[in-house]
Design a protein around this ligand. Sequence first.
Ligand SMILES: Nc1ncnc2c1ncn2[C@@H]1O[C@H](COP(=O)(O)OP(=O)(O)OP(=O)(O)O)[C@@H](O)[C@H]1O
Ligand SMILES: [Mg+2]
Length: 376
Amino acid sequence: MINISKKTNALGEALSTLRVVWRRRKGQEIPGAILDTIDVIWPEGKPRPLLTHKKQTPGGWHMIFTLMPGVSFNEFKNKTEYFSDACRGLVDIKKVNGFVHMNISTGSMENFYPYSFNPEDYPKMDLPVPVGYDSSGKLVVFDLAESPHLLVAGVPGFGKSNFLHVLIHALLPKALVAVMDFKRLEFAYLKNHCALARTEVEALALMKALNREMERRIDLLDAAGCAKVQEFKDDMPFIVLVCDEVAEIENEEIVYYIDRIVRLARAVGISVVMATQRPSKKLKIFKDDTRDMFLARICYQMADEISSRMVLGEQCPQAAYLPEIKGRGIFKYGMTIKEVQSMCLYLKDAKKMLEGTEKAVSDFAQCCSVKRLPPR
Ligand SMILES: Nc1ncnc2c1ncn2[C@@H]1O[C@H](COP(=O)(O)OP(=O)(O)OP(=O)(O)O)[C@@H](O)[C@H]1O
Ligand SMILES: [Mg+2]
């Protein structure tokens, strides 16, 4: 009896070793690692996720799972970190039509992409913003008008301000842009193209004008029976408020106005883009639920997992483990999460691109009431 059971055990072990070897055969290491992880978390014989499809993609793998009754989507998604660690890739899990899709990015990315973008290539988007290239070499572009607020974070020197320059250049042909920059030098070259506030006094005046414009638009849309600016027939240009270094904003009145805009201005075509090293609760801005209004987020290198989760959500420690490459970040929008390499726009090139397209925009109230800016 004892001998038979020993032999059965030995056979079982041999079979499972064989299965591991077969699963991890050349070219199949990634799905193999995912299946091994599933075996550990949900042992055979109990309700577990079942792999129904797998396919290699230009940037990694795409796998589809069916969840047996007794395994919830949230339970599966909560294991994202285990899957990421097992396959050393970026794992994104989402539910589509009852099936669970897992996208794994493992592709090696280029470390540098010069700025090159034409908003006209995205006619279906109101405010196309190029976030960066993903691991399959595809430019990730999202519509800020849909989002409509964006949070940019990361430790110093890894690309926050560079990304803001990219964003502003992508938006200028279509939107009115207001920039708040207490560092004072970085965005000075935009003074004839954007409404620029570089001191507390200027920032307060800008915020008051923007709040007035928001109220005016709410009344106009209300009178016309429109739920959002896209339905409004008359010309009402999108406005984007860009704030770099929001940790510097301490004036209570400015904080109050920005907070109002973030909460109320979505439908009337006003978006807010904010950059900070870390959106800690200590900041005057981002208190309470304001942070939740920023549906789109870009997080460059972060010092630790806590900071990464603070920006991207509880399930996302990845920004703490990004390679130390300037412009390498994690983009999160709704259920989508992607590693990207942002385009680089040097200031001298940015200035050159704007030459001859000057438009005096000294008073934002006046700038809000003008018709669309002429095409560049
Ligand atoms: N996408 C990129 N590709 C290549 N180089 C980049 C990229 N983004 C930034 N850099 C380089 O890194 C430098 C610092 O970037 P940037 O000023 O955007 O950092 P930051 O996050 O705003 O830092 P700080 O918090 O100190 O303001 C830039 O001057 C540029 O040389
Ligand atoms: Mg900066």
